[in-house]
Design a protein around this ligand. Structure first.
Ligand SMILES: C[S@@+](CC[C@H](N)C(=O)[O-])C[C@H]1O[C@@H](n2cnc3c(N)ncnc32)[C@H](O)[C@@H]1O
Length: 248
């Protein structure tokens, strides 16, 4: 059978690769890289450096281009269904053509595959469709929420408390006492008006450009907006994660 390894590679620091991930990278002979056309050169370069350091000589890299996605389609559900089916066909074709029986392939997943990443869902869809057979295994990596907590030297929860992790667009409906926000295209925290909320913010976590700001939201919020805008203008892109802590 074909073997696939889904390897979490951390969020930007090459030293966050676990020993299990390093060993898994060394086991694979084919690396599948999903490209979106909006890929950041720095992130591509980091993956390439990891392969140079840890992959076996003679390994191959196979790119799978994501189909273009219509952002505001008239029929949202039908468009998404068609897009997902096309994406599945491309993965199927790549696996069937590039990975032989008995070979090991790998997907390098940013952070950990458990957080806002579609790799595992797509592989499950392919197994259900049954056109291409494979076994797969997941190697966990350090996710952005973990990198955030370590950088600020905090735990994400308080004693006995719950943590909610949410994409920014669903922040307004989240009432949790400790909330980790990901996938923010702007500054969703700026809409929070409750008194006493603290924020722990981190951008480009794990990389040389890491930025950290924390404090009462009323003071730190405007500072983050300024620092974020400057960094985004300088680098051309932004990756940030933050914890919002409501008073108990
Ligand atoms: C598509 S999700 C992937 C998350 C990833 N699987 C993980 O485990 O962290 C991308 C989001 O993760 C967060 N993120 C990823 N890398 C980050 C980094 N180096 N610094 C801050 N946030 C990061 C941001 O919220 C970004 O919008």
């Amino acid at each position: 059978v074909r073997r696939l390894l889904v390897i979490g590679i951390g969020t930007g620091n090459p030293e966050h690769l676990t020993l299990e991930a390093v060993r898994a990278i060394g086991e694979a002979s084919v690396f599948f890289v999903v490209t979106k056309g909006t890929d950041r050169d720095e992130l591509v370069a980091l993956r390439r450096a990891m392969l140079e350091a840890h992959a076996a000589p003679g390994h191959r890299v196979v790119e799978i281009a994501d189909p273009p996605r219509e952002r505001d389609p008239a029929d949202y559900r039908a468009t998404v269904r068609a897009w997902r089916a096309e994406r599945g066909r491309r993965w199927e074709r790549a696996l069937a053509a590039e990975l032989g029986d008995g070979e090991t392939g790998a997907f390098l997943v940013w952070g950990d595959p458990a957080f806002y990443d579609s790799t595992l869902e797509i592989l499950d869809e392919l197994l259900t469709r049954g056109e291409v057979a494979f076994e797969h295994r997941v190697i966990p990596g350090i996710s952005a929420p973990q990198a955030l907590a370590a950088a600020h030297r905090i735990a994400l929860n308080r004693v006995g408390g719950a943590i909610t992790i949410t994409p920014a667009r669903r922040l307004p409906e989240t009432a949790a006492e400790d909330t980790v926000v990901m996938l923010d295209l702007g500054t969703a925290f700026a809409a929070i008006e409750e008194p006493g909320v603290e924020i722990f913010w981190g951008a480009y976590l794990g990389s040389e450009d890491e930025l950290l700001v924390s404090g009462p939201l009323a003071d730190a919020g405007p500072e983050i907006e300024r620092v974020r805008a400057q960094a985004k203008a300088r680098k051309g892109w932004m990756f940030d994660t933050y914890l919002l802590r409501r008073p108990r």
